[in-house]
Design a binder for this molecule. Structure first.
Ligand SMILES: C[S@@+](CC[C@H](N)C(=O)[O-])C[C@H]1O[C@@H](n2cnc3c(N)ncnc32)[C@H](O)[C@@H]1O
Length: 431
């Protein structure tokens, strides 16, 4: 019989890895074990996700995380949704850390004495074995029937240090978890609810493979793919929200975690079903013109396939052309300014501005004098180089431009970009 831990009585003895989470309220320290810290979901990300999940009508029952690691996401779900939590973790020290973290979070939120905490447990065992886990819990709690499961959360471990990995390298494997828990998930309006926290490194085909696995167990189950980014254009997490946890009518969602703790996330929802393709925009080869606008968008938003949905929110133009769709600086060309009054929309743009000069010269240190002359003609005080340069060259050129401009008297902010395969420098006044 697997061991069952009660957070109320689990000691911290033997747990040596503890770390404050910089995104958690001051003083909150989480325990990790067996080098579990890098695997743990940051508190701010976990909390925002649970708050979004609170909008779903979940069926009755406990929140299950069947590979709960340090239990951070499980604790956030259980606390925000006010449900009892059931964690399962193969590594006994991590299971112990989870139990302690569940208690810490409940304590911080003044919820230790709630009935949901009285039936919250962590089981040291195999998260694929639904029947074994539920029977151990039933015996431990002395209840007459197995507990009900409202939501299955799964954030499987993946091989470290590998850029790509197959679905069968996830631990535990999705198909085995589905088989083990399928009989025990309560059904809501849209069937059972599941939240799969997957790696953004999964290829489009692997994402479709995940969908195929779902369909084998729950044919046609409702699904919303969710891309989460904490900034710098990186997708940090890719999750699949399923069944009663999915958002009706929304195939994709992009969630930008705000820089300020406690602030609302930026959401972009819409998009096409994954089976209709990755939905990346298509680049057109259109020579840049003076007077037009160029914006560099958030690369993670573009990766999610939701950039065009978002553009509908901030622009009425029909004729927006994609100059660059790949890499760190996706670019669009447009005639009118974007409507970026809302700070959450501003977050999704790296730079936006009007092209005031086209300078045909290689971007090299020996051309900085000539470039600065062009900048001064346009009253530019500061220029951010947003062209792709070798990392050792970028700071030298940026520094030389900064030094020269600091001795002159321009007033405007600008940025410089290039089109792929073209040395023409596009100088844009920032808007
Ligand atoms: C990525 S971590 C989960 C992190 C968690 N979401 C958090 O917020 O701390 C995945 C965990 O799955 C555990 N695991 C792997 N195979 C398992 C299995 N068959 N049953 C239970 N847990 C398993 C690993 O030990 C690891 O701690």
């Amino acid at each position: 019989m697997p061991e069952v831990l009660n957070p109320a009585t689990t000691e911290t003895g033997g747990l040596t890895e503890s770390a404050p989470d910089s995104t958690a309220p001051a003083g909150m320290v989480f325990y990790h074990a067996s080098e579990g810290k890098p695997l743990a979901t940051p508190w701010q990300v976990a909390l925002i996700r649970s708050q979004l999940l609170a909008q779903a009508a979940l069926p009755e029952g406990m929140i299950l995380d069947c590979a709960c690691g340090s239990g951070i996401q499980l604790a956030a779900h259980a606390s925000v949704l006010q449900r009892p939590a059931l964690g399962v973790e193969l590594d006994p020290h991590r299971a112990q850390a989870s139990a302690v973290n569940l208690r810490t979070i409940a304590e911080q939120r003044n919820e230790l004495a709630t009935s949901r905490m009285q039936s919250t447990r962590v089981i040291v065992g195999d998260g694929r074995d639904g029947a074994g886990v539920l029977d151990a819990l039933k015996e431990h709690l002395g209840t007459s029937s197995r507990s009900k499961i409202a939501l299955l959360h799964l954030d499987p471990a993946r091989p470290r240090n590998s850029r790509t990995h197959g679905l069968n390298e996830m631990a535990p494997r999705l198909d085995e978890v589905f088989a083990g828990w399928q009989p025990f998930l309560e059904e809501g309006r849209n069937g059972p609810s599941l939240l799969l926290d997957l790696s953004p490194r999964l290829t489009h085909d692997q994402r479709l493979e995940v969908e195929a696995l779902i369909d084998l167990t729950w044919p046609g189950l409702l699904r919303t793919w969710v891309w989460t980014s904490r900034g710098r254009g990186r997708v940090d997490r890719l999750a699949l929200w399923l069944g009663s946890a999915a958002v009706e009518g929304i195939a994709r969602r992009f969630v930008r975690i705000p820089p300020a703790l406690g602030a609302e996330p930026t959401l972009v929802s819409g998009g096409r079903r994954l089976m209709h393709g990755p939905a990346h925009p298509v680049a057109v080869n259109r020579p840049p013109r003076r007077g037009e606008r160029i914006s560099i968008l958030d690369a993670a938003l573009v990766e999610s396939g939701l950039a065009e949905d978002w553009l509908k929110r901030v622009s009425k133009e029909n004729d927006i052309a994609w100059g660059v769709v790949e890499g760190r600086r996706p670019q669009i060309h447009h005639a009118h300014p974007l409507r970026l009054e809302a700070p959450e929309d501003r977050l999704l743009v790296q730079a936006t501005g009007r092209v005031v000069a086209l300078a045909r010269m290689p971007l090299a240190i020996e051309n900085v004098d000539r470039l600065v002359e062009v900048l001064l003609e346009h009253d530019i005080a500061r220029l951010t180089v947003r062209a792709t340069l070798p990392p050792e060259v970028q700071p030298k050129i940026q520094g030389a431009i900064d030094r020269q401009l600091s001795r002159r008297h321009g007033r405007r902010d600008a940025f410089l970009i290039q089109q792929p395969g073209d040395e023409m420098l596009l100088i844009c006044i920032a808007e």
